[in-house]
Ligand binder design. Sequence first.
Ligand SMILES: C[S@@+](CC[C@H](N)C(=O)[O-])C[C@H]1O[C@@H](n2cnc3c(N)ncnc32)[C@H](O)[C@@H]1O
Length: 218
Amino acid sequence: MRDRVFTVNRPSALHDTKTAYDAVAPLYAELFSDVLDSLPMERALLAAFAELVQAHDAGPVADIGCGPGHVTAHVHALGPTTFGIDLSSEMVALARRAHPELRFDEGSMTDLDLADGTLGGVLALYSVIHTPPARLPAVFAEFQRVLAPGGHLLLGFFAGDDPLPQEFDHKVALAYRWSPDALADLLRRAGFAEVARLLREPREGERFQQAHLLMRKP
Ligand SMILES: C[S@@+](CC[C@H](N)C(=O)[O-])C[C@H]1O[C@@H](n2cnc3c(N)ncnc32)[C@H](O)[C@@H]1O
């Protein structure tokens, strides 16, 4: 299983993820659009992220893998101009309908249609979990490319204890859990510096610890 995580060639991973999220987009929006109301620690971290981005004033925030756009709208309301990007056209359509005043684009984190050094912040909340581990360095290089120096990245994911990423039976599409140390190492190798991290115990109905890494492009 461990070898498989690193060696399997899954050219269809993006297509499979897009198709899976297109199929569940309305249900996902119904279940999660209000989730921040009951997550005080995540709200606190998003407030800190928004404050740091605004203080640096280096450009807008892209919420990459934004789903139905609830976090995009939340961060935008905190101050920084924020727009969303998602692989799933159905998610983008729902996000546009729910937040017509905001910008949402279809696109993939593996090949962002954004100029170098133009973003003050990148949010990637539970979206890199679907990227096969061997392809994550290229995604983090892409985040580095689009961020301005001093820009911040907030990454959310399901945590695991194993030093190697572990596949798990995510309800929508194949996904991976990461140890916060391993993912922080990978981000450091991509050029990011760690600012802070949050590890939260699972709430009722959740299976895993939830982790956030707040990183900065030097
Ligand atoms: C678990 S949902 C998270 C949505 C939202 N960020 C949240 O926290 O509720 C994962 C989202 O990431 C998107 N996604 C997965 N792979 C992506 C990629 N390569 N590029 C852009 N979006 C992607 C999916 O379409 C889906 O909307």
